[in-house]
Design a protein around this ligand. Sequence first.
Ligand code: FPP
Length: 255
Amino acid sequence: MNMDVNPNPTNPAGLSTPDIPAEFIPRHIALVMDGNGRWAQERGMPRTEGHKRGEAVLMDAVDACLAMGVPYLSAYAFSTENWRRTASEVRFLMGFNRDVLRRQRDMLHEKGVRVVWLGRRPRLWRSVIRELEAAEELTRNNTTMTLGLCINYGGRAELVDAARKIARDAADGKIVPERISEELLAQYLYDPGMPDVDLFLRPSGEKRTSNFLIWQSAYAEMVYQDKLFPDFTHEDMFAAIEEYARRDRRFGGTK
Ligand code: FPP
């Protein structure tokens, strides 16, 4: 990083940012990184080539969030449903996730990013878990921004896992069923400190949530664009935040 050119530590890439008042900056962006396969197929390439492009695109999205002061970004890297893909694509994605973590960990750490893994252990490659835990350990005290990596993640699976833990604690007499509230349930999710999703961003234009952060996105603003993930840029992230800032949020109430 060249400090002469970029004196702002929260904008390590020195991006030129739109002027948006702090109160309109989302506290949590959920990012669906899809369209990699379609992008590659349109170019006569194997689907995996699209995923490979996604690595730099995700890092650019992190830089965009850092520059805008977004404190939490969650990225959907592998869902509990993605095991249904061909064995060779699953194998590629597992190895790729492991390698991306290994390659990007130090850079994320230098930028003050705290990495958090959200997902289930069973079936996930041990080498991926190892890299996730190493990244979490290295970055645990960082405070500039949190990057939630959703790997072997499903929104329903997360709620089932929370229900199991709550049932266990209830059976052990640690909680009374009547005391179970929304706040208590949230404490049993993968990252209890995670703020609600303000902006749910699916750049590829598919208009569905695909089981991503369904509890946390109850009142999220949905933004869809027309960019397959390999073509997504920090400018598209800024455009999504600008669109979010224009939305009229009422949370079920009135103005
Ligand atoms: C789904 O869409 C995308 C994935 C399953 C992989 C996304 C992963 C990355 C971009 C790499 C980031 C890595 C880490 C460690 C966070 P698809 O492209 O298969 O969708 P399509 O079939 O709709 O085109």
